[in-house]
Design a protein. Sequence first.
Lengths: 500, 266
Amino acid sequence: MTHFLAQLPVLPVIIPFIAGALAVLMPKGRPAWAWATFFSWLTFFACAAVLNEVATNGVISYHLGDWAPPIGIEYRIDLANALVLTLVSGVAAVVFPFAYESVRTEVDERQTPFFYAAMLICLTGMLGVTITGDAFNVFVFLEIASLSSYALVAMGGRSDRRALTSAFTYLVMGTIGATFFVIGLGLLYQATGTLNMADLHAKLVASEHPRVVEAGFAFILVGIGLKLAMFPMHLWLPNAYTYAPSVVSAFIAATSTKVAVYVLVRFLYTIFGLDFAFFNAIFTYVLLPLGLIGMFVASIVAVFQEDVKRMLAYSSVAQIGYMLLGLSFATTKGLTAALVHLLNHGLMKGALFMSVACVVLRLSEHRCRAFDGLATRMPLTTWAFILSGLSLIGVPGTVGFISKWYLVEASFEAGKAWAAFLVVASSLIALIYIGRIIELMVMRDPPATGAMAAPIREAPWSMLIPMWILVAANIYFGVQTDITAGLASDAAAALMRGGR
Amino acid sequence: MAIVDFIVHRYNYLTAIVLMMIGLYIVISRGNLVKKIVGLNIFQTSVFIYYISIGKIFGGTAPIIIGGHGEEHAEPAAEDSALSTIDDQSAAIEDRIAALELAEGPHAPPQGSPQPEQTLGDALRAPPAGEAPPPVASLHADPRELPDTGSVKPAPEDPFVIAPPSTNDSMVAIPPPGTPDSYSIVPPEHVADALHHAAGVVYSNPLPHVLILTAIVVGVATTAVGLAIAVRIREAYGTVEEDELEAADDISEFGEDYAKMQEASA
């Protein structure tokens, strides 16, 4: 047993990786799904065990293959890491059991082994990005996650062929972003001679080539900014989230941009550290304005969308703006707010996209007209959407309120009271676009004629239970914040200290 | 002229930049999906060239240890070429390792080296992978003590003279991969002297090679996925031209009238 536990830090990556490779051999249909679900649960337990280990005993340092860093790849897990690991694997553990019915309708049965393999590999990539302590390893896992995402988005082509063009655009933009990231890494490597994150930090501070380092940072910021859908580089996101299969939207929307935000945090605070002279300019003139513009422009565009998935996608861009706003304050409270919102947004968007997936299952449509009178036809789904929508707006008693609270607190503490007002203002815009859908669901009559008038049942239990688990998490962590906010503030404090 | 010198001596960076911009321009300006993928490839090629150029060490040979380390008398390169079979060579390596163990004197670790008990021979002999995994408690590293033996210092930059491409002389500072827990970095001048004295061979740094290979593999995978999606788009839409695809998507989104309106105004 000790041997097993000693290898615990590598399990979150190895389990889904091998399971994904073997999933291709599974018989199509239910066995492939069961295989993927079982291993997603195992991965979640491994990540929870890692979080427990880190919370009680401190930072974990694991040398891959027993090669010592900085030459060997090191997995360095502190609280920030562990929280994002738990989020990603938790969302996977909920989405995979949810997926069976939805995938059965949206993906050709012959492709299901490959579909679930791609989902597991996407999970591997995201967990690997989070867990590693080596900068180039981040690039490798980021590309693993991205490539499988491109394929997963394209799987929606059977329902709507626009998924294919969306996947292609996503691929081109994502590859440009990743290549910028690797150029930046090359510049940092050229300046320091190392790729290990802790070692980079030690050497960057003393570097004699400040311009190379600055250029490297610029490339990395742009590359990662594209992956996390920072305002002008978010163009791939709405189409990709809208036309992907519903399960893929739910999974990727709740995890992939969050992981990219985590990578940005890791680079800003651990690898570079706040001492870098040009960081003041970056925070004030890049992250802050782009975060604010993202918050407002994306929210306003979301108001006018006819397609609910596209509205939620623009909403995601806006929420990323909140996280960037929190980061740009460069204070512990700001970083805490960004991390808390990272975790909470995963829960909120996951639940929202899952309720849309239930609607798509029954009505084959995710535009607004499918939501007319849904409260009478699919009450459980409706209330799941309403509760997670209220969470998105930031109603007290939900996780959304907690993250907005932390953001407002951080704004006041950073001396930027106007930012607090802007946070509240854009939450009001969220109220508009969520409120529109709630009004359709609760107040309108169900369609009397047409394709969607046929009587429908509620979504199957295999979908309702995981969705409501996530909705319950929204409420629970909105009241009991020890795990999310408590650990996030510890994580932020550790990151500000320079990490260890 | 200083400016011309400045430009000419940095031709590797300029090549990378030119390729990068050409690639990006193709991606943006060309409407055919396959041409976009080609542009992406050119863009990625610039990255490979950049990595290769920063990893180049003039006079460096392939990073494969020639015949083992430290012979106080023979030239390893000369002897190696005389051995044709793998068995002979491994026997020769064993001999040299034994010789190294015996001849501790001239090859005692240099003063100030923080690797007191480890000889290179030991390191070669006992790969660490076979050790029993440490108990759970050792998962938690102590706050890392950074070596104060001096970091790798790149050569000072005279802006009008070519900077040696191997500014990351980390090759000589890196302990061989078989040394567990020897996180410390040996000052480059000591180890460089020892190695050069012992073997007379300069190795290229294998790490940039590894990074390039990874980037190439990622690039190939991306190209494959991109072209596969392009094939599917061709099946679904009947075209791979971006403007026709956009027109078709607009029709799906907004209906036939919108397309006619667009055409009328265009």
